[in-house]
Design a protein around this ligand. Sequence first.
Ligand SMILES: [Zn+2]
Length: 76
Amino acid sequence: MQCPNGCSNPMQSVRVARIFYRSGSPVVIRDLEMYSCPECGGESMPLKSARIVENVLNGRMQSVGQFSAPLFLPAT
Ligand SMILES: [Zn+2]
């Protein structure tokens, strides 16, 4: 897949953890496949992953556990 910013290198498939918000509550999806551009750092979500996010946000996918982690904020 080519980068939408027109970079010459093809985008690479990476697996990431992402936080989404469902009715204001955070949910975490781990091992979500994304395309990442090694040149500009741009990201693109494959359709397959978009479907997974949609299913999670619609409540059609069951959670497999809980996730909690320390929270950090950028210094002001
Ligand atoms: Zn790029």
